[in-house]
Design a protein around this ligand. Structure first.
Ligand code: SPD
Length: 385
């Protein structure tokens, strides 16, 4: 497997400057997908170009596929939907499979960037949970263009000892008050506060906290989120969407608004390192985002048959279970669930129980004008203007 790491920061990427694989920086190595080449050269001489989130696949998944299929996989990673979208909209991305989140995928479907799936080439679709497919079909009607890979939540990751030192215990993590009340967040600034570097999640979370519709498209309402974020800006030490796995594990970030499985990976890395760092993850009582990351084939993909083979392979129960066991994100594969380690299916931070799921909200597809407002707010927030 060849691995390259692309665009691990959101920034505002001009379409012209972001398209195509040729502008990819050199590989720096993904913590989980090691970049090891599969044993032996590809027999078929075929190739496949995959663009997936960082820290999102088991170590053996790609090498095993290469051995089995004889297809050589180039596996690039990203950590923001905005980056994927800019490449897809610019066209000629060079990828055969991409993995945007469902609400972004919905908008990209409308922009005509994907090809409809030939479901006869994905027999393992039968393994998927019909209820989840129904939910997903709200943004990908008839599940025509994409297949769910993993799902998860966005919540608060925290260093147990640092939060306890600042507040006496960790009860404060049960509410977004911890993040959105400056008097709370200021207590953690000195040990490192990271927010995901994406307006598409942080603005809806702020709106939900304010009691507004997280998916509001009213500019005046969205500005309320901007005003709230401004009040906590002095206490945010970093905006990033992947580095926090390591920095939490090492103890140099003590609070993150981040993704469930990534925080659990940080927890596990700290446990493995036996460095005494204890990490918790909370889905605050006011509610939090629930999202699905989706496998899709761009219209201009060159290696479509191999893309189908890889997607079908990812849906094999054991492969899906191995990925979930490795990255701590659930999948929508019913047949895989029984193969997932019980300490993972039983972990409420990974598989939230029904009463918690009831409080989760999903992201709507946002139109271009709202998107522009989000970007403006984000740029101002990050630059402190
Ligand atoms: N490291 C893998 C992170 C996957 C996050 N998916 C993003 C969901 C965005 N709503």
């Amino acid at each position: 497997m060849k691995l390259r790491v692309l665009g691990l920061s959101i920034a505002v990427c001009l379409l012209a400057a972001c398209g195509g694989k040729s502008d990819a920086p050199a590989a720096t190595g993904d913590a989980k997908a090691t970049g090891d080449k599969a044993g032996g050269e590809a027999k078929s001489g075929g190739e496949l170009n995959v663009y997936n989130w960082s820290d999102y696949i088991a170590e053996n998944t790609v090498p095993d596929f290469e051995k089995k299929s004889g297809v050589k996989v180039t596996y690039d990673v990203f950590d923001s939907n905005e980056m994927v979208e800019s490449k897809l909209l610019a066209g000629a991305s060079g990828y055969d499979i991409v993995v945007p989140t469902l609400n972004f995928l919905g908008r990209q479907i409308q922009a005509g960037v994907f090809q409809p799936l030939d479901k006869s080439k994905i027999p393992n679709l039968a393994n998927l949970d019909p209820d989840m497919l129904k939910r997903i079909a709200l943004q990908d009607p008839d599940n025509k263009y994409a297949v769910p890979y993993h799902w998860g939540t966005t919540g608060i990751g925290y260093n147990v000892d640092k939060v306890t030192a600042a507040f006496g215990n960790t009860d404060v993590t049960a509410s977004w008050d911890l993040v959105f009340k400056p008097e709370n967040l200021s207590k953690l600034k000195s040990c490192g506060v990271t927010l995901l570097d994406t307006p598409s999640e942080i603005i809806p979370i702020a709106l939900n906290y304010l009691g507004e519709d997280p998916n509001s498209q009213d500019p005046a309402v969205i500005d309320k989120a901007a005003a709230l974020l401004k009040t906590i800006r002095p206490h945010i030490t970093n905006f990033h969407s992947s580095q926090y796995i390591d920095s939490m594990a090492k103890g140099s970030t003590c609070l993150v608004v981040g993704w469930s499985g990534d925080v659990v990976q940080a927890r596990d890395r700290a446990d493995e390192a036996k460095n005494g760092v204890k990490i918790g993850y909370s889905i605050p009582k006011e509610g939090a985002p629930l999202w699905f990351d989706m496998l899709a084939i761009p219209k201009d993909a060159k290696n479509v048959d191999y893309a189908y083979k890889f997607i079908d392979y990812l849906l094999e129960p054991q492969v899906a279970a191995d990925n979930t066991n490795f990255v701590s994100y659930p999948n929508a594969n019913l047949k895989a669930t029984e193969l997932v380690n019980k300490d993972i299916t039983g972990d409420p931070t990974i598989y939230p129980p029904a009463e918690v799921r009831a409080k989760l909200f999903t992201f709507a597809i946002i139109p271009p004008d709202v998107d522009r407002q989000y970007t403006r707010i984000w740029t101002q927030l990050k630059t402190g203007r």
